[in-house]
Write a protein that binds this ligand. Structure first.
Ligand SMILES: Cc1cc2nc3c(=O)[nH]c(=O)nc-3n(C[C@H](O)[C@H](O)[C@H](O)COP(=O)(O)OP(=O)(O)OC[C@H]3O[C@@H](n4cnc5c(N)ncnc54)[C@H](O)[C@@H]3O)c2cc1C
Length: 355
């Protein structure tokens, strides 16, 4: 009998699997990889100062120390290399940004994230950055595909992974025990990304999927850091520079499009001075939510069924912290942060909203 059945081995299911194993739980992870539309596409960037207006990201002071501890220790455990703390350079859009950050750079709120603030262009001459910009630390990227492959092999060795589709209709429930095929387990955690919208258990949650496109380009000179203004340029391991991403709330397919590519080319032209060759394109859909906070916790009507989802465009920084919270909630009876607790939407659950 397994303690937990985890549905989905994207970044959420993979990280959660490790946190539960660390606490001695017996788990089984089911995944159908061809259905993964987010983790295998993502650039994997973590960046404490985000958005056009460069705001400090939500809970950065908690999330970033945790992720910087978590991923390197997972590398050691899985004997794989996927964590790359390479920093981000954010050239200013305008002189106003420069003035703003000259005043803010020694503010205690931002100090620990700023390596340097420059007021003139960088020495690389690769970029349009006449006003200088911010070099950020506590930033970099995780090669999520490498992490998933290493984690999958680890779980297979422990007899805790099966590459198969999970069908809710085949789930059987007797007393405190569930079964799916010949698997018996006590609790089930849905880490199924955008597929939650077709789940009987959690489709009532206000998901807000966002399609994103990326292109891989080749440059004469490979940057040593991530560049970010309008688009990011990420020197991905494996050679190419990954450029992204678009954000589209309305879409009718999950494939790369000519419009997406044109949008990225236009934004890249505003940042990069030199010519480049496009080597490939990719697209995916982020499991985002209307209030931009994850959905974590118990189903309103069933104390054996849980959700761990809604990480939007920030899975790399949110998932280590949120999985720690979920495990403390499940095993130690600790409360979840109200901002991430799925109970904030219990009134949307059809069986309750009719009452
Ligand atoms: C273009 C793009 C760029 C991004 N860039 C970044 C970035 O730079 N930084 C960042 O932090 N985040 C980024 N993200 C977001 C990031 O990908 C997500 O936050 C995160 O990967 C979500 O992980 P997940 O495990 O919740 O979902 P998913 O990766 O979607 O995983 C869900 C898994 O569940 C499986 N599954 C679903 N239903 C079933 C079933 N019935 N049976 C078996 N298996 C099932 C799927 O096959 C899949 O493997 C980006 C996303 C996109 C699309």
């Amino acid at each position: 009998m397994y303690d937990y059945l985890i549905i989905g081995h994207g970044l959420a299911g993979a990280v959660l699997s490790q946190k539960l194993l660390e606490r001695g739980q017996k788990i089984m992870v089911l995944d159908e990889p061809s259905n993964n539309h987010s983790s295998v596409v993502a650039a994997g960037i973590f960046n404490p100062i985000t958005g056009r207006k460069m705001f400090k990201t939500w809970k950065a002071n908690q999330l970033f120390p945790e992720l910087m501890n978590f991923y390197p220790s997972l590398e050691t455990k899985l004997k794989a290399k996927f964590y790359h703390p390479i920093g981000v350079y954010r050239p200013y859009f305008a002189i106003e940004d420069q003035n703003d950050w000259e005043a803010k750079k020694s503010d205690a709120k931002f100090e620990s994230y700023i390596e340097q603030a420059t007021t003139s262009n960088t020495s690389t001459h690769q970029l349009h950055d006449p006003y200088g910009g911010l070099f950020l630390k506590q930033a970099g990227y995780v090669n999520i595909v490498k992490l998933l492959n290493a984690n999958k092999n680890y779980l297979i060795d422990k007899g805790s992974y099966r590459e198969t589709m999970f069908y809710e209709k085949e789930l059987k429930h007797e007393g405190d025990c569930f079964s799916f095929g010949e698997l018996n387990f006590k609790k089930i955690i849905f880490c199924n990304g955008i597929h939650a919208h077709s789940s009987e258990w959690f489709q009532w949650l206000p998901f807000h999927p966002v399609k994103g496109e990326l292109i891989d380009v080749e440059l004469n000179k490979r940057p040593q850091t991530i560049y970010n203004r309008g688009v990011f340029m990420l020197p991905f391991d494996g050679g190419h520079i990954r450029v992204g991403s678009t954000y589209h709330h309305r879409f009718d397919n999950m494939e790369p499009t000519e419009e997406g590519q044109n949008e990225l080319k236009e934004k890249l032209g505003g940042l990069l001075k030199e010519s480049y060759k496009i080597k490939g394109s990719r697209a995916g859909v982020r499991p985002a939510t209307k209030d931009r906070r994850p959905f974590i916790g118990k189903h309103p009507d069933n104390e054996h069924i849980y959700v761990f989802n809604g990480f939007g465009s920030k899975g790399v920084s949110l998932i280590p912290h949120c999985s720690k919270q979920l495990v403390a909630y499940l095993l130690d009876g600790e409360a979840l942060d109200t901002e991430i607790d799925v109970s904030r939407y219990y009134s949307h659950y059809p069986a309750r909203s009719k009452k």
